[in-house]
Design a protein around this ligand. Structure first.
Ligand code: NDP
Length: 491
């Protein structure tokens, strides 16, 4: 392609040159060899006596030993949280806010350290942990600090009061951010917390305990118990007033069955299979950026990832063409390199799952495209992938892959787009690309998704509620809506 042609066709052109390495130093992070559980403001050895190794998915190098909490450990943590509740829940709102503001400020101050550790333990590109996860995590604490002394105004004439101890279980795709989504509103509302991070990504939650000490948060207000699914199950069984869970639909359903009839409150943020819908009047170059951001951000380990692309038939070819060329510019590799766009897959298990579903897509007859890219030898990697020629019944169009894999389908009319987009058991998010405001509103009314983005994708703000319909769960996190599940009311 000549330069003149390049200028007239403004879609990105694969670079004919490579980037020099730009590694972020890991020196800022100092890890202990072994971590206990954080209970009552102290590090304690697990009564179970068990530890497990946490590694970096970029090279499978061991990072630290982490405690496996047993039932007794979880019981001790909930007891510490209950003791702390007696005083924490009575603190005036402005006092609680003071601690939350402190935590927010410390997170902002130590953001580089946290970002490096997040990328090291989870595999996401440093530019994402640095520019998205950390700023948003701090913003959630700032935002909910602002509500701590205004609960009466937020819920007028309803006498809001805290529930007690909240048990919180989080996944591995946004470890510190999910912790912030859960802990900030719980504390603002006057609850105390026992939180279990995911087995593969416990380290930023453990570093966060340092922040709690630095902020002089009273002991027991936040307790962190690490471990695998058994620790999560023990937390569900323990004496807590509420469970807040983010993770797979399968485990979410099991928790819901377990809690039925117990009187414990429950919120579930589960999987998704979002439709990203591009109409023929959309700004195509912008839409292509949105498609790429929608599915390749965080290696597609995103519950609201735009994993099903619906393109209006008349623009199918140019959109797919531009998309493939844009994909060829994505840099896949070391998460700690500042130029990396797509990092490591979080775990061997997740890589196996992605590979299995991609094999199913090929076997069912879809056409696969992966840009040429050299994947590192060690660690867990998967090239950005797009499937065309996909039927709605294919597993890759129905099941959550949770990896950098996009399925492209087509539609002719807005009605057909709505029908196809809603043809999923999930209902977490959706995207619409069109220049017509009226069409955006028409579509948004009909799409059964908790969040609908228009001419953008994957936008988050602490003031904006997030959550699902159908098998994507119930309850909202973020905004005023996110406070409500942590409060009891007179009415
Ligand atoms: P899980 O639902 O298994 O994990 C989420 C959290 O729940 C983790 O902390 C996990 O612990 C814990 N947990 C596991 N089993 C139980 C249990 N029986 N009772 C209570 N807590 C439990 O998700 P996975 O990490 O295994 O991922 C599997 C799939 O889930 C992914 O491929 C993806 O499709 C989906 N997913 C969706 C997410 C979302 O944000 N909607 C986030 C993560 C995954 P541990 O880590 O130790 O297993």
């Amino acid at each position: 392609m000549t330069d003149v042609e390049r200028r007239s066709d403004r879609s990105p052109v694969p670079a004919g040159w490579t980037y020099a390495p730009a590694p972020e130093s890991t020196e800022i992070v100092s890890l202990r060899e072994r971590y206990g559980l954080f209970v009552g403001g102290e590090w304690v050895a697990p009564r179970s006596g068990e530890f497990f190794e946490t590694i970096s998915p970029r090279d499978e190098a061991p990072l630290a030993q982490v405690a496996q909490a047993g039932e007794q450990d979880v019981a001790a943590a909930t007891e510490a949280a209950r003791d702390a509740f007696a005083t924490w829940s009575k603190l005036p709102g402005p006092e609680r806010a003071k601690y939350l503001f402190r935590i927010a400020r410390i997170l902002a101050e130590r953001s580089r350290e946290f970002a490096v550790l997040e990328s090291l333990n989870g595999g996401k590109p440093i530019k994402e942990s640095r520019d998205v996860d950390l700023p948003l995590a701090a913003a959630h604490f700032f935002y909910y600090a602002g509500w701590a002394d205004k609960l009466e105004y937020a819920f007028p004439n309803r006498s809001p009061r805290p529930l007690g101890v909240a048990g919180q279980i989080i996944p591995w795709n946004f470890p510190l951010l999910m912790l912030s989504w859960k802990i900030a509103p719980a504390l603002a509302a006057g609850n105390t917390v026992v939180l279990k991070p995911a087995e593969t990504t416990p380290l930023t939650a453990l570093l966060f305990c340092d922040v709690l000490r630095q902020a002089e948060l009273p002991p027991g207000v936040v307790n962190i118990v690490t471990g695998d699914g058994r620790a999560g199950a023990a937390l569900v069984e323990s004496d807590v007033a509420k469970i807040a869970f983010t993770g797979s639909t399968e485990v979410g359903k099991a928790i819901q069955r377990r809690l039925a009839g117990t009187g414990k409150k429950l919120t579930l943020e589960l999987g998704g299979k979002a439709a990203n819908i591009v109409f023929d009047d959309a700004a195509v170059d912008q839409a292509v950026e949105g498609i790429v951001n929608g599915i390749y951000f965080n290696q597609g380990h995103v519950c609201c990832a735009g994993s099903r692309l619906f393109v209006q038939e008349s623009i199918y070819e140019p959109v797919v063409d531009k998309l493939k060329r844009r994909m060829a510019t994505l840099r896949v590799g070391d998460p700690l390199d500042k130029n990396t766009d797509v990092g490591a897959i979080n775990s061997r298990m997740q890589l196996d799952k992605i590979e299995e579903l991609v094999a199913a897509g090929r076997a069912e007859g879809a056409e696969i495209y992966q840009p040429p890219c050299r994947l590192p030898e060690k660690g867990y990697w998967f090239a950005p992938t797009v499937f065309t020629n996909v039927a709605q019944s294919y597993r890759i169009a129905q099941e959550e892959i949770f990896g950098p894999v996009l399925s492209v389908l087509t539609f002719r009319t807005p009605d057909e787009a709505v029908e196809k987009a809603n043809n999923t058991p999930y209902g977490l998010s959706a995207g619409i690309w069109t220049e017509k405001g009226s069409r955006i509103l028409w579509m948004a009314e009909r799409l059964r998704a908790g969040v609908v983005w228009a001419n953008t994708f994957n936008r988050f703000d602490p003031a904006s509620p997030f959550g699902g319909y159908k098998e994507s769960g119930f309850g909202r996190e973020g905004g005023l809506h996110g406070l409500e599940p942590y409060l009891a009311f007179d009415d």
